[in-house]
Write a protein that binds this ligand. Structure first.
Ligand code: HEM
Length: 504
């Protein structure tokens, strides 16, 4: 009787649906988060929609996201079926994996390798070294600070190099030194091909899995041909760096990394099986895939915000000068003494959350919430973008205003911290949250301490004010913008050169 009662409850409110297509005709291909936010204003914090046959709920508030994905984690931690990525491209990393034992196993690896306190601390020297190189790059080639930093980048310049190098070294123990680094090329080629879709919410074959069987000669099967090409690249990305590091392990020349840690762990009791090898390859390559783009986006968003808001940059510089002085560079231990910088970075995450719709979850058992029925198999979209623009938490949400986080008591500060949403939710919460946050903090603090960042000027000497504009897609890259970066003084430039001379 209880089950029948549950099913007779209404579905959450949402836009009216057409037979067969559901709400697909109302779903734009670009900036879907904006449409979902509009639906939220009309129908409430939880909106029901149907994309062809697939039911979906869009969660537009942090409270609802936490109620469902965190408090009811046992029902809300699965992923929807990603037919294109998982089955056609055969790209099966943990992030797109169902809530299975294999997911738990790989998640545990991440827990030990990048979430445990001692593991995080063990990356500090590497972070320091890469941050020093990053500063030197910015001083030597400032005009190239982002130059096509996106995945498609052939030009491999400071922001991109910094994030990619850090993740490659942690994942494979591989030092990235040149613009033509082969590990990075393999990974970038494969990831660009594998995740071609503009958004993770929808590709046609995900809605109609039978389409994966259409022959490649048929019109409209282009997605399948592209998937096959991406499949080969994915194989290269998985196998080539892995084989190289295994050869280095055999020769005794491998540097410690996530990969060598997993090889050690798994070979302790038994021989590593082919299935183990495949799991290791995926876990390691995902660290680069999930960790580099998100940190690049955050750093570029920080730079863009600082170009647009010089008064914020000056205030952050004054704080660093007061606390750290000019004889050394900021270290992570300085973090608690730099509260304004903390506000600036929170505001950067809020202003442009790197993954505006996160990664969708999936409901494994029918559920009832606020007198509405949520059917099993419903896709759950956490609209992080809407949450970071909730005017009840962030008045005047479109304005970049770090001061909104200043002078809050610790409870309120915790409650309205964007860290609670931009890294996702519940059991699927980003395992790289802390590592990513450290990398970004250290890079930003050191940029502020050593560099002046301001608007570039055109040929007539007039300042160029960039637009605060971001690409559409599963991740939100700032659109190309110009800026002028130079060392604050000769003394600081010399210090950066010296530090690099000591660390290389
Ligand atoms: C600014 C930096 C970052 C942001 C904003 C970010 C954001 C996210 C988000 C929104 C998710 C989806 C969570 C969910 O499903 O609810 C996610 C998942 C994930 N992230 Fe991150 N991330 C960042 C950095 C990193 C780093 C540095 C790493 C690795 C070292 C990483 C590894 C992962 C992995 C492995 C997953 C999949 C988790 C799972 O499905 O269980 N991320 N991240």
């Amino acid at each position: 009787r209880y089950l029948n009662h549950k099913r007779t409850l209404p579905l959450p409110p949402g836009p009216s649906r057409l037979p067969l297509v559901g709400n697909v005709h109302q779903l734009p291909l670009q900036y879907q988060q904006r449409t979902f936010t509009e639906w939220g204003k009309q129908y409430g914090e939880i909106v029901f929609a149907k994309f062809f046959v697939r039911p979906a709920i869009i969660l537009n508030s942090l409270e609802v996201a936490q109620d469902l994905m965190e408090k009811r984690g046992s029902k809300y931690s699965d992923r929807p079926r990603f037919v294109l990525i998982n089955e056609l491209v055969r790209f099966k990393p943990m992030v797109f994996m169902s809530y299975t034992d294999e997911w738990r196993r790989q998640r545990k690896w991440y827990q030990t390798a990048i979430q445990a306190r001692n593991a995080i601390d063990s990356y500090l020297p590497l972070q320091r070294r890469e941050t020093n190189k990053f500063l030197l790059d910015l001083i030597q080639t400032p005009q190239a600070f982002e130059n096509h930093v996106k995945r498609h980048a052939q030009a491999f310049l400071p922001c991109c190099r910094f994030s990619a190098a850090m993740m490659m070294e942690i994942a494979y123990g591989h030092s990235v030194s040149s613009v033509d680094d082969e590990f990075v090329k393999f990974a970038d080629n494969a990831l660009t091909g594998a995740i071609e879709a503009d958004s993770l919410v929808a590709t046609l074959v995900d809605f109609f899995p039978f389409l994966r069987h259409i022959p490649t000669w048929m019109p409209g099967s282009g997605f399948k041909r592209r998937a096959f090409i991406a499949r080969q690249r994915v194989r290269e990305m998985l196998d080539t760096p892995y084989d190289k590091v295994r050869r280095e392990v055999a020769a005794g020349t491998a540097k410690p990394s996530f990969l060598t840690y997993l090889l050690d762990e798994l070979s302790k009791d038994n021989e590593i099986t082919p299935e183990d090898q495949e799991s290791i390859k995926y876990a390691v390559c995902l660290m680069y895939g999930a960790g580099s783009d998100t940190t690049i986006i955050t750093l570029l968003s920080f730079l863009l915000a600082m170009v647009l808001h010089p008064e914020v940059y000056r205030k952050a510089q004054a704080e660093i000068d007061r606390v750290v002085g000019s004889e050394r560079l900021p270290e992570l231990e300085d973090r608690p003494s730099l509260p304004y910088l903390e506000c600036v970075l929170k505001e950067v995450y809020r202003w442009n959350p790197p993954a505006p719709l996160g990664v969708p979850h999936n409901v494994t058992h029918g559920d009832v919430y606020r007198d509405h029925y949520i059917p099993k198999g419903t896709m759950v979209i956490g609209n992080i973008w809407a949450m970071t623009r909730d005017p009840s938490m962030y008045p005047d949400p479109d304005t970049f205003l770090p001061e909104r986080f200043e002078n809050l008591d610790s409870e309120t500060a915790e409650q309205c911290s964007p860290h609670r949403m931009v890294f996702g939710f519940g059991r699927r919460l980003c395992p790289g949250k802390q590592l990513g946050d450290y990398i970004i903090w250290l890079a930003a603090a050191n940029m502020i301490a050593t560099l002046d960042i301001c608007k570039a000027r055109n040929a007539s000497g007039e300042e160029i004010t960039p637009e605060a504009a971001f690409d559409s897609g599963a991740v939100s890259h700032p659109k190309h913008f110009e800026c002028d970066i130079h060392p604050r003084s000769q003394k600081v430039a010399d210090m950066v050169v010296q530090l690099n001379a000591h660390t290389t």
